[in-house]
Unconditional design. Structure first.
Length: 226
């Protein structure tokens, strides 16, 4: 699935930005508070407005302090998936339960330098896991291929039936990186600049989807699923 990130769109015309990628699978919404990350973007009122402006599933990525308090509100506002950072949460499993109780999928994200192994058992409470392939906070950064070791570990657990969740990646995903991420086992690809800095964002989504499918096919063959 391709999830264009509106962090790279024109904030004065977010409704139009959503329309431009109407054939995407999810619309990725980066919420930043200038505390957990050194950037300030949009919050709950904008998400509520976006929910009225598009039928695309909203994939809200909360890069904020105190997600225990704030995350459920995004589910209540109509987000399809609400992801928060394990580094910021006090009781991740409880937050996940509240998000699910409000009708959304619950996602857990880890920064590039955060190991995934300590949280493998915790992931049974979640529907998605988001691997950051750049340091969270700003778009347009260079993809960090070292995080794909986490992806491969998680893909092996998923294929073995030990986990049931979407495996998502965010950061530096573009034409020259999406295939290697897909081949490692990613399901959902967040792309900002690679979509919204193109003349035709909709065509960019289709191009990325085709490249992702090629990588995912190689992943499935290697795992014996094809």
């Amino acid at each position: 699935m391709i999830a264009p990130s509106i962090l790279s769109a024109d904030f004065a015309h977010l409704g139009r930005a959503a329309e431009a990628v109407e054939r995407a699978d999810w619309l990725h919404v980066d919420v930043m508070d200038n505390h957990f990350v050194p950037n300030l973007t949009i919050g709950l009122p904008v998400v509520k407005s976006l929910r009225q402006a598009t039928d695309l599933p909203l994939d809200c990525h909360l890069m904020i302090e105190d997600p225990d308090r704030w995350a459920p509100g995004y589910a209540e506002a109509g987000a399809t998936n609400v992801t928060f950072h394990v580094e910021a949460a006090r009781e991740p499993a409880e937050v996940a339960a509240k998000i699910r109780g409000a009708g959304a999928l619950a996602g857990l994200s880890v920064k590039p330098g955060t190991p995934i192994e300590p949280y493998l058992e915790l992931l049974t409470h979640f529907d998605t896991v988001l691997i950051m392939s750049v340091e969270p906070g700003f778009g347009g950064q260079k993809f960090m291929p070292g995080v794909l070791d986490k992806v491969r570990l998680l893909r092996d657990r998923i294929d073995a039936g030990q986990l049931r969740l979407f495996l998502e990646i965010d950061g530096g995903i573009a034409e020259d990186t999406i295939e290697q991420a897909a081949e490692a086992g990613v399901d959902v690809f967040v792309a900002g600049s690679a979509v919204y800095e193109r003349d035709d964002p909709g065509a960019a989504v289709e191009l990325l989807r085709g490249l992702a499918r090629a990588g995912m096919t190689r992943c499935a063959r290697r795992a014996g699923r094809l």
